[in-house]
Design a protein around this ligand. Structure first.
Ligand code: DSN
Length: 416
């Protein structure tokens, strides 16, 4: 019996149920993944107990000899992994990383260009309900109405007109490759800094399955728990010239004590991502998403932009006459976990949405391949074409649970 089972059986039982849920369902939320047993062990380590305000060698409290060692290791691995001058591994979330990146480089009222939230951008890229939209003058850009892809010529014209201080590239619901070289050219032409939020694609970048922003961006923010498969948390990478400003903006600018347990786990995840196995994983994630996309389209679904280049697929549920919310809930009933999303120029509210966002990263972590993607696509199409059919949902749920149990889950079925 574990310590938790002995001392708090209520919480232990809830965690046990969540473990079963994660094993028996198909996790297809594009921002989720399974951290390894080693990452989970570091996350649950004694570093939870330590305060370490400051940076290695310059802490405000005593007792940080090992905090210094683990943070330095995480920084060195992040720099090697992404080929950058500077890494700050203290941001506790993507939103805080983005806040620190803005605070390091611009003043309230300055102009920022980011992809509109309803077109695939992120709250912290300038949504009016977020600090970014409240503090800065946001000029949102959009995807092209016809292709539903970024139009670099249109973005260039807009940037030259509004002269932003920062252009943000990197998205939460954009299924296509991003040309960071083209963004850098636009930023240089209008005198802006290029900030890349690579949260979704960080694992693909690390594994060489997506163009790296490192040679082009002035600063790069990222979460560590999506395709990168690390602990919950974030980082900021930058050129040397911005290192000091970014470090000050993280601490003491926007955060207090760093989460040393997460930083230890980030070090583990960066170490894992430096291996050839992770490289193969990143390429397989992209291959699996393409297979899934083809099978969904063959089944009658329309995909925004007509396909995918990365780990993410955005399906337009109007093609099967239902909302994204209805699709999400019907699939959940069948054991397939996704999220509703707006699509470009959506006529439905964000709470309902016309889109369904799907990702291949977590299933690929369970060593699934092309055959499995085609099987999963067939279940998705079956449920979405009969979302009110209790019988269909229940049959698929049982088939999915039996199927899913056969695939090991990192950090769960291999945990000691
Ligand atoms: N919640 C994340 C996602 O799902 O993409 C973004 O913050």
């Amino acid at each position: 019996m574990s310590a938790l089972e002995r001392t708090d059986p209520d919480v232990a039982a809830i965690i046990a149920d969540e473990r079963v849920r994660q094993v028996e369902t198909l996790e297809m939320i594009a921002s989720e993944n399974y951290a390894s047993a080693a990452v989970l062990e570091a996350t649950g380590s004694v570093f939870t107990n330590k305060y370490a305000e400051g940076y290695s060698g310059k802490r405000y409290y005593a007792g940080n000899v090992h905090s210094d060692r683990v943070e330095t290791l995480a920084i060195d691995r992040a720099k090697a992994l992404f080929g950058v001058d500077h890494a700050n591994v203290q941001p506790t979330s993507g939103a805080e990383a983005n806040m620190a990146a803005y605070f390091a480089t611009i003043e309230p009222g300055d102009t920022v260009m980011g992809l509109s939230l309803d077109q695939g951008g992120h709250l912290t890229h300038g949504s009016p309900v977020n600090f970014s939209g409240r503090l800065y003058t946001i000029v949102p850009y959009t995807v092209d109405r016809e292709t539903e892809m970024l139009d670099m010529a249109a973005i260039r014209r807009q940037a030259l007109e509004c002269r932003p201080k920062i252009i943000v590239a990197g998205y939460t619901a954009y299924p296509r490759a991003i040309d960071f070289a083209a963004f850098a050219e636009v930023a240089a032409a209008c005198g802006a800094l290029l900030m890349v939020d690579m949260s979704h694609i960080a694992g693909l970048v690390a594994g060489g399955a997506h163009m790296s922003p490192a040679p082009y961006a002035d600063m790069i923010t990222s979460t560590t728990h999506k395709t990168l498969r690390g602990p919950r948390g974030a980082l900021i990478l930058s050129k040397a010239a911005l290192a000091e400003a970014i470090d000050k903006a993280v601490f003491p600018g926007t955060q207090g004590g760093p989460h040393m347990h997460s930083i230890a786990a980030k070090a583990v995840a960066f170490g894992e991502a430096l291996t050839p196995q992770f490289r193969a994983y990143a390429h397989k994630v992209v291959e699996n998403a393409a297979t899934l996309a083809d099978a969904l389209m063959a089944g009658g679904l329309r995909l925004v932009s007509g396909g995918t280049d990365n780990h993410l697929i955005l399906a337009d549920c109007n093609a099967v006459g239902i909302s994204g919310l209805k699709a999400q809930n019907a699939l959940q009933g069948a054991g397939i976990i996704t999220n509703k999303n707006t699509i470009p120029n959506d006529t439905r509210s964000p709470f309902v949405g016309s889109g369904l966002r799907l990702g291949s990263a977590a299933l690929t972590s369970r060593a699934m391949g092309g055959d499995e993607m085609r099987r999963v696509a067939a279940w998705i199409v079956r449920v979405l074409k009969d979302p009110d059919g209790d019988g269909v949902r229940e049959t698929v749920r049982q088939e999915v649970a039996e199927f899913a149990r056969a695939y090991p889950v990192p950090g769960i079925t291999d945990a000691v």
